[in-house]
Design a binder for this molecule. Structure first.
Ligand code: 13P
Ligand code: SF4
Length: 346
């Protein structure tokens, strides 16, 4: 049974001309610097500051190439938790930098553009979660990592796309589950676990746009390809149904987190991969498996929030130590509990 809540969700907003964009455009020093000089400057400053640069798989190629570590949300949280650097420059979006700040309260976490948001994280507020919990007082709340710190503070467990199934499987079987905010990921987890779950009606505008019609006919055009799907995709329920019906080949269709996709690309003997997620990941796949072909299922699946992080902004972040992301300790303590429970499971 799929039970999707009908509470209102906020509409995704797009990224306008941000303060950080204006700041780098008006900065005399940065305006004169070439790409090589910016990279040299970043390399010098990261040593001076004892900083580590973490980048999500959707970041611009130039950012991925200079990062100390590139990964999915789970790997980035683990890297943040383990680092002995004094400064973490988070090349990703705001909720990721917040997660790092929650896990490392004694470190400086910098986000090069404060307006690198996330339409999915914006689809639910802490107040809405509190009201939802009142309607289901015995339920366990599982929050996807794509949420604000305030929302995580209301949750019992956190999860990412890499471990959502395992987290839900670990919960006592007699308890109802409130899963938020991604309804496509929630429907996938529900189908995989058979658990009774209520789903928040949130979505990522990029992945929701990868609808079933983008999958139709793919295997006729590319009969030897593997299809790699992110569970946030708007086509995920229909793909699961098609898999169960034998309308999609079970030995060629895979549902993964972004780093799961990269591992598959590296290790699978298949020469062609159809990739259903944000297109920034293609850079990493092509770099790690240059002899293989990677075809985006939707060419314009592009997250404008991820792309607000640019080379001049990373340089400015390290030079001026901006923008520091902090979380008040009372909220951080409650959010940390949910994240650490997740990290203990997987
Ligand atoms: P993962 O990298 O954890 O799979 O998440 C994808 C995503 O949408 C991050 O914004
Ligand atoms: Fe958020 Fe979607 Fe962008 Fe990921 S791709 S950061 S879920 S808006």
């Amino acid at each position: 049974m799929l039970e999707i809540e009908t509470l209102p969700v906020r509409q995704p907003s797009s990224v306008a001309y941000t303060e950080a964009t204006r700041a780098v455009e008006e900065d005399e020093e940065i305006r004169r610097m070439t790409e090589e000089q910016l990279i040299e400057g970043i390399n010098r400053l990261r040593k001076e500051r004892n900083a580590v640069i973490l980048a999500h798989n959707y970041q611009l190629p130039v950012i991925q190439d200079l990062a100390d570590f590139v990964g999915d949300s789970l790997e980035l949280s683990r890297q943040a938790a383990q680092t002995d650097a004094d400064v973490i420059v988070f090349c990703g979006v705001h909720f990721m930098a917040e997660t790092a700040a929650i896990l490392c309260p004694d470190k400086k976490v910098l986000l090069p553009d404060l307006e690198a948001g996330c339409s999915l994280a914006a689809s639910v507020t802490a107040e809405q979660v509190r009201r939802w919990k009142e309607k289901h007082p015995n339920a366990i709340v599982v929050a996807y990592i794509n949420t604000t710190a305030e929302v995580k503070a209301e949750a019992d467990y956190c999860c990412t796309s890499a471990n959502a199934v395992k987290v839900v499987q670990s919960l006592p079987p007699d308890r109802e589950i409130l899963f938020l905010p991604d309804m496509f990921l929630g429907a996938y987890v529900q189908r995989m676990t058979g658990r009774r779950m209520y789903l928040w009606p949130g979505e990522c505008h990029v992945h929701a746009g990868i609808r079933p019609e983008y999958i139709q006919g793919l295997f006729e055009r590319y009969p030897d390809a593997d299809l790699l799907l992110h569970p946030e995709c708007g086509c995920i329920s229909q793909c699961m149904y098609a898999l169960a019906e034998g309308d999609l080949p079970a030995d060629r269709t895979f549902i993964y987190s972004t780093s799961g996709m990269v591992r598959h690309a590296r290790n699978s003997p298949t020469p062609t991969h159809l990739v259903a997620t944000e297109v920034g990941i293609l850079h990493r796949m092509r770099k790690e498996a240059p002899q293989k072909r990677f075809i985006p299922v939707k060419e314009d699946a592009l997250c404008e929030y991820m792309k607000t992080i640019t080379l001049p902004k990373v340089y400015r972040a390290l030079r001026d130590m901006v923008y520091e992301v902090t979380v008040p300790e009372d909220i951080a303590a409650r959010a940390r509990r949910a994240i650490e429970r997740m990290l203990a499971i997987v």
